[in-house]
Each structure stands twice: as structure tokens, then as C-alpha cells.
Write a protein that binds this ligand. Structure first.
Ligand code: ATP
Ligand code: MG
Length: 245
């Protein structure tokens, strides 16, 4: 990461790509993660590679949901672990959430590599390894979750999630916070809070909002949640992309 000069005009994009490459080398990220990264990078370019105002509002609503939750869980896949391991640990601490590894291409080796990687970044407990429950209506190998983790969570943060799994979690009645740069993708379309922003910017900003709201009364948190309009946020992101073109 030291090799990329910080004043490079595409610094963040190069850094992101570099982290995914490292993730693949370390056995944390599946090769398919490179494709997801490429797709995200294209959308980030179209969004101007910045947190647009509607995304900041979504991030504040996400923080309020997490603080109101009885049992919030942050879902971690190979790209998330490669891009924002320490930032996810910090967010989990700020809102008292569990971290759970949930992989599209699940192997024991990758599960272990990611758990170790998260612990290296300060995680004390990592869920997902038990896999003793199943998300209904999803094919068996992608449905594995922990009974005391995602399965019983009321609020879940699912960054860079595929559409089928996002839909299945939604059908379970969970409040879903999806972080995804493509506002037209199915995952943000089904989310209660679609965060259309790069995960590299989104997660630290959700944490900042959570710290800001830490002493807020339940009423205030609920009003932050209620003021957020998911349709408006999705439309604002799409408009930003179209205007940018
Ligand atoms: P589906 O319709 O099943 O959702 P998809 O094409 O969206 O299919 P994936 O390639 O698995 O499926 O999704 C990766 C998603 O993650 C893309 O929508 C992409 O925009 C998003 N993405 C990739 N990198 C980032 C990132 N750094 N921050 C936020 N979103 C990202
Ligand atoms: Mg998608």
C-alpha cells in the first residue's frame, strides 16, 4: 500500500484494488471477488468517488438502526475482510454488534483465514464458523449461518451481498442495511437502508454517526430512522450516475 502515492488522482481506487489482490493472495478473498471489485469500481467512478448526501443520510439511518437493535450483526465476506477489517471491528464495538463471516464460496480454509485476519485487526469474537442454522428459501450451501448470529439477528449489515441472499434475509423479516455501489442491484433494492457508497467510505462514516448518536434518546433515534426515505435515496444515487454521464 505504501507503493501508491497518496496524491494520485485515483488513489482510493488503486488502494481498493490492491487490497483485494492482497486478499486473494492471502486466501481471504475468492478470485471472483476481483470481478465484484471491478463492478464496484465502475459505479464508484460514475458516482464521483465520494459519499453523496443521500448516502450520508443512509449511513446516519444505518447507525440509528444499529443502536436501536436488540441484536445487530455485521456480515463479513471475502471482499469486506480484505477491504475494511479494522473498520468493521470498530463499527461492531461502537454499536455492540456481532461479526459473522458469511461466504458465497465457503471453504474451511477461507473461513479460518478470515477469522484470523479479523482477530489480527482486533476482533475478540467471530461468528459464522458454527453454521448450525439455515436461511430459509436459499440453496443449502449458501444458506449457512450461526443460530445465535445472523439467524436470530434483528438488524443485519450486509455489504456487497448477492441479490438472492439479500432477498432471503429480507423474507426472514430482518432489517437489512445493504452497502452496495450499484443502486440498481437487487440487494440495495430489497434493503430497508440501501447505502450506495464505497464500503471504504461507508463503514467509517456509519461508525462516526453511531458515536455522534451514542447518547441520543430512543425517540431521537427513531426519528432519524423514520426521516430516511429509501426510495428517495435510491433515486438520488441513480440520478447522480445519470447526471455524471
Ligand atoms: P446480484 O443481482 O445477485 O446482486 P451482482 O452482479 O450485484 O448480482 P456481485 O458481483 O456478487 O453480484 O455483487 C457485487 C456488488 O458489490 C456489486 O453490485 C458492486 O457494485 C458492489 N461492490 C463492489 N465493490 C464494492 C465496494 N468497494 N463498495 C461497495 N460496493 C461494492
Ligand atoms: Mg448485487
Amino acid at each position: 500500500e505504501e507503493e501508491i502515492p497518496e496524491d494520485h488522482p485515483r488513489y482510493q481506487d488503486l488502494l481498493t484494488r490492491h487490497r483485494i489482490e492482497n486478499g486473494v493472495e492471502k486466501g481471504i478473498t475468492h478470485l471472483q471477488g476481483m470481478h465484484a471489485e471491478g463492478r464496484g469500481s465502475a459505479f464508484d467512478y460514475l458516482l464521483g468517488e465520494e459519499t453523496i448526501p443521500s448516502a450520508d443520510e443512509a449511513e446516519r439511518a444505518a447507525a440509528a438502526h444499529l443502536l436501536l437493535a436488540d441484536h445487530p450483526v455485521l456480515s463479513i465476506n471475502g471482499n469486506v475482510a480484505a477491504l475494511v477489517p479494522g473498520e468493521m471491528v470498530e463499527l461492531a464495538d461502537a454499536v455492540d454488534a456481532d461479526l459473522e463471516i458469511n461466504l458465497f464460496n465457503r471453504t474451511p480454509e477461507r473461513m479460518q483465514a478470515i477469522a484470523d485476519h479479523l482477530r489480527d485487526h482486533g476482533a475478540t469474537a467471530v461468528k459464522g464458523l458454527e453454521a448450525d442454522a439455515r436461511i430459509p428459501n436459499l440453496d443449502h450451501k449458501r444458506a449457512k449461518v450461526d443460530a445465535d448470529g445472523i439467524y436470530e439477528a434483528d438488524v443485519v449489515v450486509v455489504p456487497l451481498e448477492d441479490g438472492d441472499r439479500a432477498e432471503a434475509l429480507e423474507e426472514m423479516g430482518k432489517t437489512e442495511i445493504v452497502i452496495d455501489l450499484n443502486p440498481l442491484s437487487r440487494s440495495p433494492q430489497v434493503a430497508e437502508v440501501p447505502v450506495v457508497d464505497n464500503i471504504i467510505r461507508a463503514v467509517p462514516n456509519i461508525t462516526e454517526h453511531a458515536r455522534d448518536l451514542a447518547d441520543a434518546e430512543t425517540d431521537e433515534l427513531q426519528s432519524v430512522v423514520e426521516q430516511f426515505d429509501r426510495e428517495e435515496a435510491l433515486e438520488a444515487a441513480e440520478k447522480r450516475i445519470r447526471d455524471g454521464l
